[in-house]
Write a protein that binds this ligand. Structure first.
Ligand code: NDP
Length: 284
């Protein structure tokens, strides 16, 4: 039976540490870090994610602004809102909750956020800097995954890591972060033949697919660290991961639950990035 990696506990520790730092900033009478979150429309999942982000900001004591725009807002109006936040010296981090309605070009929106306030780490300048090994905002979910792996106390260096999924927001950046820590990394995807043969090689297995139960216990190397990024909704409305927890937890050494694994870490790392943005602005 494997040890559960408690994302709630690890994320709480990060937020508690931030809370102390922000209390110190307040005590010095300085301007507090501020995260601006833009949400377009009424997508219930997006609303719930945004609520979680604002709640976390409140928990740490940082300022936040929630900007709610209607589903039919024009792309031009959204870009204008972003331009206003870019120019606003009281805002350190800007996040536009994705996905956006179809009439809005997501790339244009991401590109419009100044890289210095792009706390999601999605702007091409931050992506390029990540791959060049330069200072950047590391995207929140991949950053959170690394924290979770490190929380096991196991070394990443020298391990075989397999990342299933090659999206720009999870698969590719987490593979780069693992590579930076000297893992030997394989990225698998929907065209990978015999996925199980690949995943069984993994000392560290990251599943970022978006399909419930795509990773089963027989695809896990005994003792492996298994990080389940997937958020899938079952027919009865429950959340479940990409990993079949019952069978995989019989084989893995460590495993993250869904919910309560990667999800809370994404939010905690958003807070870390906002604090870093504040530090960079304050140092200027
Ligand atoms: P994408 O849909 O962008 O990417 C999914 C990836 O999985 C693709 O690379 C795809 O391959 C691959 N894939 C699909 N089917 C298979 C298969 N049968 N076998 C192997 N690989 C497959 O998803 P995201 O990366 O955005 O998200 C992945 C999951 O993580 C989702 O459930 C999402 O909700 C969740 N998520 C959770 C977060 C959190 O905070 N916990 C944050 C972000 C995402 P190909 O490229 O060939 O199509």
């Amino acid at each position: 039976m494997s040890t559960i990696i408690d994302g709630k506990a690890v994320s709480l520790q990060i937020k508690e540490e931030l809370k102390e730092k922000i209390a110190a900033i307040k005590a010095e009478g300085k301007r507090l870090p501020c995260l601006a979150v833009i949400i377009v429309g009424d997508n219930p999942a997006s609303r719930s994610y945004v609520r979680g982000k604002i709640k976390a900001a409140e928990f740490t004591g940082m300022d936040s602004r929630l900007i709610e725009l209607p589903e039919d807002v024009s792309e031009a109006a959204l870009l204008e809102t972003i331009a206003g936040l870019n120019a606003d010296a009281g805002v350190d981090g800007i996040l536009v909750q994705l996905p956006l309605p179809r009439h809005i070009d997501e790339s244009r929106v991401i590109d419009a956020i100044v890289p210095e306030k792009d706390v999601d780490g999605f702007h091409p300048v931050n992506v390029a800097n990540l791959w060049l090994g330069r200072k950047c905002f590391v995207p929140c979910t991949p950053q959170g995954i690394i924290h979770l792996i490190e929380s096991t106390g196991e070394r990443i260096e020298g391990k075989r890591a397999v990342v299933v999924g090659r999206s720009n927001i999870v698969g590719k950046p987490v593979a780069k972060l693992l590579l930076d820590r000297n893992a030997t990394v394989t990225i698998a995807h929907s065209r990978t033949p015999d996925l199980g043969a690949v995943t069984r090689e993994a000392d560290i297995l990251v599943a970022a697919v978006g399909r419930a139960g795509v990773i089963t216990g027989d695809m896990v190397k005994p003792g492996a660290i298994v990080i389940d990024v997937g958020i899938n909704r079952t027919a009865d409305g429950h959340l479940t991961g990409d990993v079949d927890f019952a069978s995989a937890s019989e084989v893995a050494g460590w495993i993250t639950p869904v919910p309560g694994g990667v999800g809370p870490m994404t939010i905690a790392c958003l807070m870390l990035n906002t604090y870093s943005a504040w530090c960079a602005i304050s140092e200027r």
